[in-house]
Design a protein around this ligand. Structure first.
Ligand code: ADP
Ligand code: ADP
Length: 226
């Protein structure tokens, strides 16, 4: 079964901009997959559609076999998303941000608390657990977004430009963390405009430009071609 299966996905915004033009994409369970492309290629639009923030114009998406039109709740339960923009309540404490997210998925607090501790420790945020989110640096906020996206233990984690603007040391530690959860079975898809990020981390790469997938290959094969 595919973790993600996209057929003929198109998006035209109401101002007429065509952001996606008939995308087809399959991502295997367990994969570490990059959607690589320049600014304006359509990456954030694709993620917006996957999180129901943006309405698609046409096409279909299924997540672990759950069609997003017919079985949205089941599909959503399988996905964790880390958007580009942080959107925390700036006065809420780091620990509460992660635990409270579990409530949206109907996960009891007694299950959420140990998970929050695990992810905050792994992401080097445990010392900050009682701080309001506004006290965190940009790189810490990025890592908090990841902890929050994992608290319902999704089978598929999708990250939009996860390390953009993050300094090299933090970027490396985020890479190690993502490799680790992928090794434990979580399928990962990230968007990036850094070739280096895609080639370092990902097993398979799709290149998107002007709303179309122009190339799809294993990282190894793609690097031979470039
Ligand atoms: P939809 O077609 O999904 O209904 P809209 O066209 O209504 O979406 O746009 C959603 C929001 O995005 C609006 O608030 C709009 O102002 C904003 N927006 C418009 N153009 C851009 C752009 N190029 N990049 C990012 N956001 C934009
Ligand atoms: P990327 O994430 O690859 O940079 P986007 O999905 O943000 O690409 O943008 C794809 C295209 O859609 C761009 O031309 C962008 O200006 C346009 N766009 C993005 N959001 C909106 C919006 N809400 N309304 C209108 N156009 C948009």
């Amino acid at each position: 079964m595919h973790a993600l299966s996209i057929r003929n996905l198109s998006k035209q915004y109401s101002n007429g901009t065509v952001a996606l033009q008939g995308i087809d994409l399959d991502v295997a369970e367990g994969d570490f997959f990059a959607l690589l492309g320049p600014n304006g290629a359509g990456k954030t639009t694709a993620i917006g559609i996957l999180t129901s923030l943006v309405n698609k114009t046409a096409g279909s998406i299924s997540v672990f076999g759950h069609d997003m039109d017919r079985e949205l709740e089941a599909a959503k339960a399988c996905i964790g998303v880390v958007p580009q923009e942080t959107n925390f309540n700036q006065f809420e404490k780091v620990f509460d941000i992660v635990v409270n997210q579990a409530g949206y998925y109907g996960i009891p607090r007694r299950q959420a608390v140990p998970r929050a501790e695990t992810y905050l420790r792994q992401l080097d945020l445990w010392e900050k657990r009682d701080q309001p989110s506004r006290n965190l640096s940009g790189g810490m906020k990025r890592r908090l977004m990841i902890a929050r996206a994992l608290v319902h233990e999704p089978r598929l984690l999708i990250l939009d430009e996860p390390t953009a603007g993050v300094d090299i040391e933090i970027r490396r530690s985020m890479w190690r963390f993502l490799e680790d959860i992928n090794a434990r079975g979580t399928t990962i898809i990230l968007t990036t405009h850094y070739l280096e990020e895609a080639e370092n981390l990902c097993r398979n790469i799709a290149i998107i430009d002007h709303g179309k997938i122009i190339e799809k290959a294993s990282t190894r094969r793609l690097l031979h071609k470039l």
